[in-house]
Design a protein around this ligand. Structure first.
Ligand SMILES: NC(=O)C1=CN([C@@H]2O[C@H](COP(=O)(O)OP(=O)(O)OC[C@H]3O[C@@H](n4cnc5c(N)ncnc54)[C@H](O)[C@@H]3O)[C@@H](O)[C@H]2O)C=CC1
Ligand code: BAL
Ligand code: NA
Length: 501
């Protein structure tokens, strides 16, 4: 299919409010996941560019036009960014879809969420003005105390390719709301819309250096940000392996990090459900939306044995309705995965599962009608045991594992049988049971009778190997604030600890 009528802008790095060629002048090709063709390129930053961007960010913090702003003033910039996102929504959605392969519908959804997230943190920036200084009453005459909440400083934001602009926004919006100066390092696999965010910031007159955008490879552009002595904090979303590297490097400088590292989330389905189809749809959405490339994807279906065969039959019927096509085609519900590397990785997971004795109930290969592109059929795998790789590791593709259970205890044990702890879902009309599972699930996010709906007012993050810290909500803002206590002695009396001479 021909590339639609949207031009992929050729950009440089966005540093200090300007477009700037990388010092080493290198560029990285953009490969369309739908056609495997090269459709453009992005600049590749290195350590030298990181140094320049960090200096620009530090200068911004020291300048009145950013460093002395009130939350209300910063809110104006955030709202202006939100308005521009909405103005360019259809173009940005197309660019996102071209870059990472997500369906145009989902990309448009993302752009609405991006704009709403900037709006939301504009409100929180305004509210911060009255919370910036909080008196603490010690009930003592001789002391007056208060607590200040200040921007943490220069922050490095390292983000993935599955929701390129949205995951960037989850960090950029609260960082700017807090008054930090930020350096965003998006994924080299999908950076187009993040670079457009640079153009939007330029257009709305965001003070230079408040947000810098460095595209490039992880080890070349991300790692120097993490180990830079003048970057005060790193917020990261991505793979566990990279999370470990970031935490290790940050530890050398005792630099705070927040890590959102994906998972292997369960969806537990009980036989008391009234409407089978409703639950089947949530199960599909929970695992196959965004082609399964979702950190919180509920990719382990834990199904009560008494309804297992009926439920799986319905799942197979519903799967036939999933339109697999170029992601820009109308009604496409499953596009390609992001890259050839991800495609190979997903297919390898499936063939290893087969080798280990699991059954591929449906899918398992590329759809016959898609001759080019990194497409993988929606895949359901059964006859799994808990020592198999497919049960234990994050696939990040359209692959659902199924295991059955008889008792509630068994279901809880299977649900928590993972090193990860991001999200869990339970489908049951028994609300007391839902409450028991809410307590038992070892995850940061719990969905009752649904899977994946995400609201920016709520904290997002996990435990165990899914990382720590929370994006979104007021917790997301706290990530970028320093707490400073101030204690003032207000008495005229001597302290009288030492004897006066
Ligand atoms: N939790 C999540 O939302 C995500 C999980 N993943 C998982 O990770 C797997 C690998 O995907 P990748 O794109 O390679 O993920 P990744 O974790 O390597 O990439 C995420 C970000 O980290 C950067 N990065 C890589 N190495 C770095 C380093 N040493 N220092 C600083 N930054 C670095 C990348 O450039 C990118 O911006 C996927 O197959 C999937 O299973 C991928 C993306 C998102
Ligand atoms: N639902 C978006 C969260 C993520 O995959 O990171
Ligand atoms: Na791409």
């Amino acid at each position: 299919m021909a590339i639609p009528n949207v031009r992929i802008p050729s950009r440089q790095l966005y540093i200090d409010g300007e477009w700037r060629e990388p010092v080493k002048k290198n560029r990285i090709p953009i490969i369309s996941p739908a056609t495997e063709e090269t459709i453009g390129d992005i600049p590749a930053a290195t350590e030298e560019d990181v140094d320049i961007a960090v200096e620009a960010a530090r200068r911004a913090l020291g300048r009145d036009d950013w460093g002395s702003t009130t939350g209300a003033q910063r809110a104006k910039y955030l709202r202006a960014i939100a308005a521009k996102i909405l103005e360019r929504k259809s173009e940005l959605a197309k660019l996102e879809s071209l870059d990472c392969g997500k369906t145009l519908f989902e990309a448009a959804w993302d752009m609405d969420d991006v704009a709403a997230c900037f709006e939301y943190y504009a409100d929180l920036a305004e509210a911060l003005d009255s919370k910036r200084k909080t008196p603490v009453d010690l009930h003592l005459d001789s002391f007056k105390t208060y607590v200040l909440r200040e921007p943490i400083g220069v922050v490095g934001l390292i983000t993935p390719w599955n929701y390129p602009l949205l995951m960037a926004t989850w960090k950029v919006a609260p960082a700017l709301a807090a008054g930090c100066a930020a350096i965003l390092k998006p994924s080299e696999l999908a950076s187009i819309t993040c670079l457009e965010l640079g153009e939007i910031c330029r257009e709305v007159g965001l003070p230079p250096g408040a947000l810098n955008i460095l595209t490039g490879l992880g080890p070349e552009a991300g790692a120097p940000l993490v180990s830079h002595p003048h970057v005060d904090k790193i917020a990261f979303t991505g793979s566990g392996a990279t999370g470990v590297k970031i935490m290790t490097a940050a530890a050398q400088l005792v630099k705070p990090v927040t890590l959102e590292l994906g998972g292997k989330s369960p969806i537990v389905v009980f036989d008391d459900i009234d409407n089978l189809d409703l639950v089947v749809e949530w199960t599909l959405f929970g695992c196959f939306a965004n082609a399964g490339q979702v950190c919180s994807a509920t990719s382990r279906l834990i199904l009560q044995e008494s309804i297992a065969s009926e439920f799986l039959e319905r799942l197979l019927l519903w799967i036939k309705n999933i339109k697999i096509s170029d992601p820009l085609e109308e009604d496409c519900k499953l596009g390609p995965v992001v890259s050839s590397g991800q495609y190979e990785k997903v297919l390898k997971f499936i063939s290893k599962a087969k080798d280990e004795g699991a059954t591929i109930l449906c899918g398992g290969e590329r759809p016959q009608h898609m001759k080019k592109g990194y497409y993988v059929q929606p895949t359901i795998i059964t006859d799994i045991n808990t020592s198999m790789e497919i049960w234990k590791e994050e696939v990040f593709g359209p692959v659902l594992c199924v295991k059955t259970f008889k008792t509630e205890e068994e279901a809880i044990e299977l649900a928590n049988d993972t090193k990860y702890g991001l999200a869990s879902a339970i489908m049951s009309k028994d609300l007391e049971r839902c409450e028991r599972f809410t307590k038992a699930f070892q995850t940061g996010i719990i969905w009752l009778n649904c899977s994946q709906p995400t609201f920016m007012q709520l904290p997002w993050g996990g435990r165990k190997r899914s990382g720590f810290g929370r994006d979104l909500g007021e917790w997301g803002l706290e990530n970028y604030l320093n707490i400073k206590q101030v204690t003032q002695y207000t008495s005229d009396e001597a302290w009288a600890f030492y004897k006066s001479p």
